[in-house]
Design a protein around this ligand. Structure first.
Ligand code: UDX
Ligand code: UDX
Ligand code: ADP
Length: 477
């Protein structure tokens, strides 16, 4: 059996590496139109950072895992074609700011149709709006010259989270395969299920109809994001009342109906999926006339924007209502730890907010490149999911510095903002940082990851999300 995957990104790359590792008799080829990306997949410096990924790629590459730009050849030869191309949010036209732009998906479908001389199973891997399979089916069937070629479309949404992708792929809670309820549909579902069955117990391979599988992906991300917005809403109330959000989260999480995971208050959720998928869900609701349902889910995104804005306002108000010309160290730019990914990271909005008020930000992140940070701080909203979006000449950048040493970021700074929960942030010598900072020295912990008691003993004024105020401040020092 031969598998091709169109799109060598965060989803396609790791997923196919795991399939190749677990199914040595299957040839897996990941193709992409981006030559640089393919070159990187074939090198020792992979285009994405994911713990454990390089080891798997190294073991399989050249054996039964290949990365190529020859899309026609490999898609043409494949029995199963996974599609994991980017699906950006539309920036203009109908549905701008909400609907998914399926340009890349349609491009992939047209490519599959034009090179197919044998029947294929086409698998939706990247998140798409509900009923995309129907549209894609039309493109495939009407563009293929060979009447003997049949396409069976499956929805097989990916639930991996970045930073833990390899573990999530190795040992997933479930795999979901949706397909048509016809004989050929059921056969295709079974073919794909048998690939996963190489390493995943059958009872964890769920099957569903196409639309349920597509909708399950959007719903899963909406529910996960909703938990974060819910606890973040409570974090604001905690700060106003003297309650501690960690204590509240622990207390509610022990109720098995609620559960303990995904209840960490934060400066806001980021990542390529949550906001995009909720906006998508809202757009789908609106387009079938369900305005109230769309409004309900949209609140999850609004609360997230509020949380980021609230963080910026807290920094400014704590620093005597002005950050003008003040150096502020930013620890962490990635949207979460253990990834170099910055798509929709809250750090973008927080940095922009501080700079708008006159601050000079100095960013340190262990994985994100300076080039990426500059690009993110100058790019218009929603541009990140389009290839080759470029760094514009934004005035923002005059007030951004990126350093490779956390101590250099703290030197002379008035404040440190923790925006990503990298483990290494807990290990720093904060006394040394404090000694080199301008006083009073502030720490704003947007991830509640540091030891606040210890920091206060050193002399820092500490603000943490959803936590009681610094006792010194309460006493009026
Ligand atoms: C609730 C809380 O569960 C309990 O912890 C608290 O102390 C008091 O309020 P109660 O109202 O008695 O308890 O019942 P509960 O089982 O929570 O159901 C509340 C309502 O939600 C019911 O009308 C129930 O039918 C409905 N429900 C519950 C659903 O519609 N769907 C569900 O999945 C669960
Ligand atoms: C998410 C889903 O978890 C995954 O199943 C789906 O396939 C893709 O989207 P990902 O975006 O990679 O994965 O990371 P995730 O761990 O879900 O974190 C998303 C954001 O929420 C991060 O910015 C993270 O810091 C934030 N978060 C997460 C919180 O603020 N609090 C939490 O308790 C958990
Ligand atoms: P995700 O996070 O969903 O994996 P990425 O943006 O990381 O998304 O990856 C999507 C990849 O798909 C990009 O590398 C892009 O170049 C590639 N791609 C988009 N359209 C096509 C196409 N028609 N043929 C081949 N590759 C494509």
């Amino acid at each position: 059996m031969k598998i091709a995957c169109i799109g060598a990104g965060y989803v396609g790359g790791p997923t196919m590496a795991m399939v190749a590792l677990k199914c040595p008799e299957i040839e897996v080829v990941v193709v992409d139109i981006n030559e640089e990306r393919i070159k990187a997949w074939n090198s020792d410096k992979l285009p994405i950072y994911e713990p454990g990924l390089f080891e798997v790629v190294k073991e399989c590459r050249g054996r039964n895992l290949f990365f190529s730009t020859d899309t026609k050849k490999h898609v043409g030869e494949a029995d199963i074609v996974f599609v994991s191309v980017n699906t950006p949010t539309k920036t203009h036209g109908i549905g701008a700011g909400k609907a998914a732009d399926l340009t890349y998906w349609e491009g992939a479908a047209r490519l599959i149709a034009s090179v197919s001389t044998s029947s294929k199973i086409v698998v939706e891997k990247s998140t798409v709006p509900v009923k995309t399979a129907e549209a894609i089916g039309k493109v495939l069937k009407r563009n293929c010259q060979d009447p003997n070629v049949q396409f069976e479309i499956l929805s097989n949404p990916e639930f991996l989270a970045e930073g833990t992708a390899m573990e999530d792929l190795r040992n997933p809670d479930r795999v979901l395969v949706g397909g048509a309820d016809t004989e050929s549909g059921r056969k295709a579902i079974e073919t794909l299920a048998s690939v996963y069955a190489h390493w995943i117990p059958r009872e964890r391979i769920l099957t569903a109809n196409l639309w349920s599988a597509e909708l399950a992906k959007l719903t899963a991300n909406a529910f996960l994001a909703q938990r974060i917005s819910s606890i973040n809403a409570i974090s604001a109330l905690c700060e106003a009342t003297g309650a501690d959000v960690s204590q509240v989260a622990h207390a509610i999480g022990t109720d098995s109906r609620i559960g303990p995971k995904f209840l960490n208050a934060s400066v806001g959720f980021g990542g390529s999926c949550f906001q995009k998928d909720i906006l998508n869900l809202c757009y789908v609701c609106e387009s079938v006339g369900l305005k109230e349902v769309a409004e309900y889910w949209y609140q999850v995104v609004s609360m997230n924007d509020y949380q980021k804005q609230r963080f910026v306002e807290r920094v400014i108000s704590a620093m005597f209502n002005t950050v003008s010309q003040k150096k502020i160290a930013i620890y962490g730019f990635a949207f979460k730890k253990d990834t170099g990914d910055t798509r929709e990271t809250p750090a973008i909005d927080v940095c922009k907010g501080l700079i708008r008020d006159g601050a000079k930000v100095c960013v340190y992140d262990p994985e994100v490149t300076p080039e990426q940070i500059f690009r993110d701080l100058s790019a218009p909203k929603f541009e990140w999911d389009r290839p080759n979006y470029s760094r514009s000449q934004s005035h923002m950048l005059e007030n951004v510095q990126v350093v490779s040493d956390p101590a250099a970021a703290a030197e002379g700074a008035h404040a440190i903002c923790i925006l990503t929960e990298w483990d290494e942030f807990k290990t720093y010598d904060y006394q040394a940082m404090y000694d080199k900072m301008t006083k009073p020295a502030f720490i704003f912990d947007g991830r509640n990851t540091l030891d606040h008691v210890k920091l206060r003993e050193i002399g820092f004024i500490v603000y943490a999300l959803g936590k009681p105020l610094d006792p010194f401040l309460v006493k009026g020092y």
